[in-house]
Design a protein around this ligand. Structure first.
Ligand code: PEP
Length: 249
């Protein structure tokens, strides 16, 4: 059985005091609940979160550069994340794709760099509302995953996770129904990874998009949903705790 993961994506939120509080609380959950708990603070807060939390908390980054150390003002390399102690890094979050125009090819390079440096990539994929309405959700997901498979090989996913995050559900309060989400997760596992059956069975596929304390249990009860990537609700410690408990059932 795949142990569930719950990762809080704190995005560009939190003062020093907030981060210390949130990390401490998340660390307590990591130590006590029967699920793996992680948080992705802003890069400048990673070291602080690692210092404040129980060692069982996974701390990751929200992005990394697609190239190694060098002349890229403002960027943070995967090596720097490893040195800081990051356990994972999100790549291809829809906000990066939308606001920084990250392409599938660029996201694939970031995925590769993360693995080369020794930090686990969590590949974020998902369709926009328009793409869902046009009935091309599966094509979009196939294209997003194929870019990584072409560059890194399908076996690279043995040391990675996927977060399915329908863009129309992120930060909107609209959640995919458990049935909608399960159908997509089953497609990813069964169709996109059909050439690697063993790997497909162990691949962690998280759901993200307006997961809250009151809908997490139903989502996490689905056969192919292995936990969640949580935005807004991860900034509210009691809400995040309810979500982690739902994953630990
Ligand atoms: C996210 O940004 O990864 C996310 C899932 O956000 P929210 O939970 O706020 O929809």
């Amino acid at each position: 059985m795949r142990r569930k993961w719950v990762i809080g994506n704190w995005k560009m939120n939190g003062s020093t005091r907030d981060v210390l509080d949130w990390a401490l609380r998340a660390g307590q959950l990591a130590a006590s609940e029967a699920c793996t708990v992680g948080v992705a603070p802003a890069a400048i807060h990673v070291t602080m979160a690692l210092g404040a939390a129980d060692k069982s908390l996974l701390v990751g980054a929200q992005d990394c550069a697609a190239v190694t150390n060098g002349a890229r003002t403002g960027e943070i390399s995967a090596e720097m994340l490893v040195e800081a102690g990051c356990h994972f890094v999100l790549v291809g979050h829809s906000e990066r794709r939308q606001y920084w125009h990250e392409t599938d090819a660029l996201v694939a390079r970031k995925f590769k760099r993360a693995q080369e440096a020794g930090v686990t990539p969590v590949l974020c994929i998902g369709e926009t509302r328009d793409e869902r309405e046009r009935g091309v959700t599966e094509d979009v997901l196939r294209r997003q995953v194929a870019a990584v498979i072409e560059l890194c090989g399908i076996e690279a996913f043995a040391a990675a996770a996927i977060a399915y995050e329908p863009v129309w559900a992120i930060g909107t309060g609209l959640t995919a129904t458990p049935e909608q989400a399960q159908a997509v997760h089953a497609f990813i596992r069964g169709e996109l990874f059909k050439d690697a059956a063993m790997l497909a069975g162990s691949l962690r596929i998280l759901y993200g998009g307006s997961v809250k304390g009151n809908n997490a249990a139903e989502l996490f009860a689905q056969a192919d949903i292995d936990g969640g990537l949580i935005g807004g609700a991860s900034l509210v410690p009691d809400e995040f705790a309810t979500i982690c408990r739902a994953a630990a059932r």
